[in-house]
Design a protein around this ligand. Structure first.
Ligand code: FAD
Length: 443
């Protein structure tokens, strides 16, 4: 099919945000009689799901200390629920299992979940937590120092690429064109954006949407935005020269046992388990001390990854120059190594007896990947240059399938309260999202 050289809307990136925006924008245009999916072109330099969305573990949770994130995720969970089967969404729930230092923060999360109607249960006290886990979830539960459990009854996880292909199918059914193997190499702008330069020539548009995940910084630079920004911290002080985008290497892997090995007491899929702990972590191999500082892991049985899949807290990438390409499992620099395998499998053994001798079953295949993070590690959803919508989610965003729906409404001129806390101006104005006591940068 010949490529038109003008589309009203061009979307860069066929990941979760690009595809969700494409589909929802096509619906908004149709409902308002302002056009159709035929006005939209999605461009991806590689393929659908070639970025972070295609390797994400797919966990969907509301467990956030920031009220704005909780409300935004509640909206997204409703979008997952609209087409659960189509998106491969498994609403098995999610558990945040915490030590005393996080008790108060998680209690606040629970209280807000009640306020926004997000169904969950909160268990407190060491004995009650142990009983709750052994009686309701896993009878071999043995994690130490657990004094609170937040059990979210909604959320869970989704089969990562299935949701993307479903969104792509729905968008194409509305007339959206998805063009893969074409790279955007420049943005044409004279004040406002008027198009993009690609490896197949210049394409014009009235409105540009960028959903480039870990490549956010590339487009930030193309848009002429500053590499460093002043940030007014939560302490009220202005820090004049903070790097806008930094990188964290996400640590994930799979234990090569049958997914059924990880089932709950009732033989069914358990909730996604997330444990943060201040108990010393010992090697399940040789009993040596791995760490006596805070650590955290998450895991779930997963038929897509063919085993028990999960991860641990990410590592901050300190180098100034970061090669995002080649991305994901093709990266020589940002895949997990033996240290992750040892720590994560030992942590599994710390939590459940059935994993005590399973280190050798860890799958030695490349996994993990990079994420690009803003100064407060939360998303930036904002319009730059008057007609360029940047969706840069600071690696929170596989679960955020609903962001594209809100962005589509904003493009139609309807401002969305749920997106307001994520504007770029918050850094200078000091309107940052609050920090929790979790060892993860995104909790
Ligand atoms: C290992 C890992 C596990 C994760 N697990 C979870 C999880 O469990 N739950 C969760 O909510 N989030 C998770 N995340 C975060 C989540 O994956 C991302 O936040 C989200 O997928 C980002 O979606 P996106 O659409 O913005 O970007 P991406 O999915 O990265 O898509 C961006 C696309 O842009 C394309 N592109 C880039 N540059 C160009 C160019 N110049 N021209 C054309 N196209 C271009 C890329 O090819 C890519 O396909 C995880 C991330 C990683 C790395």
């Amino acid at each position: 099919m010949a490529l038109q050289t003008y589309y009203k809307y061009i979307i860069i990136g066929a990941g979760m945000h690009g595809l969700s925006t494409a589909y929802h924008l096509s619906i908004e245009l149709k409902l308002r009689g302002r056009g159709s999916g035929k006005d939209i072109l999605v461009i991806d330099k590689t393929a659908i799901g070639a970025g972070a969305s295609g390797i994400a573990c797919g966990v969907i949770r509301n467990n956030y200390y920031q009220p704005a994130m909780q409300e935004l995720i509640e909206h997204s969970v409703r979008v997952w629920e609209e087409d659960a089967e189509g998106y491969g969404y498994l609403p098995v729930g999610y558990m945040q299992i915490s030590p005393e230092i996080m008790h108060k923060d998680v209690n606040e999360i629970y209280e807000r979940q009640k306020d926004i109607g997000y169904e969950s249960e909160f268990v407190e006290g060491e004995k009650d937590c142990l009983d709750y886990m052994r009686q309701n979830i896993f009878d071999d539960w043995q994690a130490e120092n657990v004094t609170s459990i937040l059990h979210e009854k909604r959320g869970g996880y989704a089969h990562n690429t299935r949701a993307l292909y479903r969104l792509a199918d729905k968008a194409e059914a509305e007339g959206v064109r998805i063009l893969t193997g074409v790279k955007v190499v420049g943005i044409v702008s004279n004040g406002n954006v008027s198009g993009v330069e690609t490896t197949k020539g210049t394409l014009k548009c009235d409105y540009l949407i960028v959903g480039a995940g870990p490549w956010a910084n590339v487009f930030w630079e193309m848009l002429g935005m500053p590499g460093s920004v002043p940030v007014k911290g939560l302490d009220g002080k202005v820090h004049p020269d903070i790097r806008m985008w930094t990188y964290w290497s996400l640590q994930e892997g799979t234990l090569g046992v049958q997914p059924t090995y990880g089932m709950a007491n009732n033989g069914k899929m358990p909730p996604v388990i997330h444990v943060d702990s201040d108990a010393p972590l010992y090697s399940s191999e040789d009993k040596s001390l791995i760490t006596d500082e805070m650590w955290g892991i998450y895991y779930k049985p997963d038929f897509h990854f063919k085993g028990i899949q999960g991860g641990s807290a990410p590592n901050r990438v300190e180098n100034k120059e970061v090669n995002v390409d080649p991305y994901g499992i093709d990266s020589p620099d940002f895949i997990v190594g033996p240290e992750f395998a040892h720590t994560w499998t030992s942590a599994l053994a710390h939590c459940q007896k059935r994993y005590e001798d399973k280190y050798g079953r860890y799958k030695k295949e490349p996994s993990g990947g990079l994420g690009a993070f803003s100064p407060d590690n939360f998303p930036v959803f904002d319009v730059l240059k008057g007609n360029c919508y940047l969706i840069a989610d600071s690696s929170h965003g596989y679960k955020m399938i609903g962001v594209g729906k809100l962005v589509a409404k904003e493009i139609m001129g309807e401002k969305q309260e749920l997106l307001k806390p994520f504007r770029y101006s918050r850094f200078e104005e000091g309107d940052l999202l609050p920090e929790s006591n979790s060892p993860f940068p995104w909790s």
